[in-house]
Design a protein around this ligand. Structure first.
Ligand code: IPM
Ligand code: MG
Length: 359
């Protein structure tokens, strides 16, 4: 029995998670043994309990094979003390479950090449996998804070990586590259930052175990530029936490819509959390217009990485492609003048394509 914790969260989270559950229901009706249990997280959990990651939610996640995560956050929570903000719940969940390897694929569906912010010929066929370290770096480094120094406020954070933290995510990077086109580009800022000099040194050491992978290194500022200049030069990009946060948002726009991109966050036990890389989009929440495809594709990643059912992952991905092929578009991926469908129409269509794909 596959146990999935469902953490829909805030904003458009519940709407798009609902569509992913329709897809899951199709598989269940075919006999897949899967058990889902919902729990509050983020602002929804703050409203209920005062804590963005209640103990019971964390316990459910620990006891599950995988977590299907929607999105968290909303402007009403920005006034809360930092510890109670929805984002802190997400960061604690990543840290508590040791989800150190964040896989963020950026793929251009051929049907959507024209929706990219870049020219279709620059992005056609684009297929990048960003592997972002997710539990270290300046996100979690101590000391941190805002203090008074010589009568003025000083804000400070600590950018820090240990050798072992770099090594384990580097292995994930090289292993992913082995399953793809065997090219790994490691991102750092070694010309200025010591912690990223160590990053480069350790990645280079780990490379010795993967002679079949071509390793290159790139400074993060150059990488940001190369992503828009010639994005197809990349296969796998390996980054620390903060650089990956920034570059993955940039890469998402190459694909036409941030509403298309799933992600997986894995620990060394194969447990994983699966979430769209877009946020809770409070401005469109409750309107039934959000694109559920990133959430549905996150479910596909769940089957591939946490339950060893790559066959089901591929079926879901094919169903999404067929649905795009049939011309269905939510507002975010429609070209001017194209007809748009609602969140639930898109989810229903993918569920139908999944059934038909099986027949
Ligand atoms: C992401 C988000 C998060 C991050 C926020 C919501 C804390 O931007 O998953 O990329 O910075 O990691
Ligand atoms: Mg981000």
């Amino acid at each position: 029995m596959i146990r999935i914790a469902v953490l829909a969260g805030d904003g458009i989270g519940p709407e798009i998670v609902n569509e992913a559950l329709k897809v899951l229901d199709v598989l269940r009706s075919e006999g897949l043994e899967v058990q889902t249990e919902a729990a509050p997280v983020g602002g929804a959990a703050v409203d209920l309990t005062g804590d963005p990651l209640p103990e019971a939610t964390l316990a459910l996640c620990r006891a599950s094979h995988a977590i299907l995560f929607g999105a968290i956050g909303g402007p009403q929570y920005d006034v809360l003390p930092r510890e109670q903000r929805p984002e802190r719940g997400l960061l604690r969940l990543r840290k508590q479950l040791d989800l150190f390897a964040n896989l963020r694929p950026a793929q251009v569906f051929p049907q959507l090449a024209a929706a990219s912010a870049l020219k279709a010929e620059v992005v056609a066929g684009l297929d990048i996998l960003i592997i972002r370290e997710l539990t270290g770096d300046i996100y979690f480094g101590e000391p941190r804070g805002i203090r008074i120094d010589h009568g003025e406020r000083v804000g400070f954070n600590t950018m820090i990586y240990s050798e072992s933290e770099i090594r384990r995510v580097a292995h994930v990077g090289f292993q992913s590259a082995m399953r793809r086109n065997r090219r790994l580009c490691s991102i750092d800022k070694m010309n200025v930052l010591e912690s990223t000099q160590l990053w480069r040194d350790v990645v280079t050491e780990v490379h010795a175990e993967y002679p079949d992978v071509a390793l290159s290194h790139m400074l993060v500022d150059n990488a940001a530029m190369q992503l828009v200049r010639n994005p197809r030069q990349f296969d796998v990009m390996l980054t620390g936490n903060i650089f990956g946060d920034i570059l993955s948002d940039e890469a998402s726009m190459l694909t036409g819509s941030i509403g298309m991109l799933p992600s997986a966050s894995l620990n060394s036990a194969g447990q994983g959390m699966y979430e769209p890389i877009h946020g809770s989009a409070p401005d469109i929440a409750g309107k039934g217009i959000a694109n559920p495809l990133a959430q549905i594709l996150s479910l596909a990643m769940l089957f591939r990485h946490s339950v060893d059912r790559a066959d089901l992952a591929a079926r879901i991905e094919t169903a999404v492609e067929r649905t795009l092929e049939a011309g269905l578009r939510t507002a975010d991926i429609a070209l001017p003048g194209e007809a748009v469908v609602s969140t639930s129409q898109m989810g229903d269509a993918v569920a139908r394509a999944l059934v038909q794909g099986h027949a």
